[in-house]
Unconditional design. Sequence first.
Lengths: 183, 183
Amino acid sequence: MQGKPATSTRQAIHEAGSALFRQQGYAKTTVRQIAAAAGSDPALVIRHFKSKELLFLETMQLTIDDEPLLGAPLEHLGERLIDLVIGIDGGARGVFLALVHGSNEPEIHKRLTDTHENVLIEPLRRRLSGPDADIRARLAASVVAGLLYSLWIARDETLLATDRTTLVARYGALVQHVLTPAA
Amino acid sequence: MQGKPATSTRQAIHEAGSALFRQQGYAKTTVRQIAAAAGSDPALVIRHFKSKELLFLETMQLTIDDEPLLGAPLEHLGERLIDLVIGIDGGARGVFLALVHGSNEPEIHKRLTDTHENVLIEPLRRRLSGPDADIRARLAASVVAGLLYSLWIARDETLLATDRTTLVARYGALVQHVLTPAA
DNA sequence: GTCTATATGGAGATAGAC
DNA sequence: GTCTATCTCCATATAGAC
């Protein structure tokens, strides 16, 4: 593995790190494992990314595709968001869990907080108006995060086995309820 | 520290471990730190508790005082629960966070799942009736967990700074909404 | 850019004298 | 029951030859 161009090695490390962090989390993943999985060695990992933590922060990023939310009618925003969130693929779920489990580390915690703000709160707030738009967006984000907590962190087997349509309808109605300003 | 009775040493280790796990989490707390804080040594920690993990599981336990919930009128259950949960003291909060952060470890994850079931879901289900009592209790537990997530895990500064009464009223109404059977 | 070898500093757990 | 000394294993990160 000597003649490999730099960009390839860097990318191989990036991909190996991303996969291992998602599967095992920050603490249990070692620089040696990443190097082995990338067909490289520990020194290269550090040389390319400065430290294990920086590699983690570079690979563990979550974004959301706004469009389904921006395009949805206001009165179906709750259902739409829950549908989006339940449909999140395994990769993004791994990133979320890695951030949560690793958030003992201050830098990782900061990333988790920013992600909560950018992925959940901000897209909602953009669709709301009125004096308490901000607090309503934050409360709704809490409710959505609660579902993620139950499904992925605590792993409530009953909810995991519940029909998706039911969950979207019932939980979505709840989110809708916080989003709607008091009459 | 030679003449100390066994029960004292054991208890000192128990207390030191409990405090350190709550403050620093599982991964960052070492057996050596626990021993030092207890005025003892690493060998005694293992001798008394078999392993670091078993000491963690023995010290990191959460329970809830049911009475305020059992005594509350059904139509104020939501508010009552949110009031209870927001008032949780720093010690219990530390235990919760240690369980969440440590839940990469299978045994710790099991403890977190059990705690979710026993502390949130079960007390609610006991107050509900009807065919979908179970699912309503689980959805309500999700909503409550969402608040814990926002306040303690993601640490939404705006929500943390929000007046307790407002939070109890608004978020409690939401919980109440899931708890109430569809008309 | 790459990789071998190593520096440096821990960790959890155990053996065995007191 | 207690503690000293140590075993064994592993980590992140770096130095320096190619």
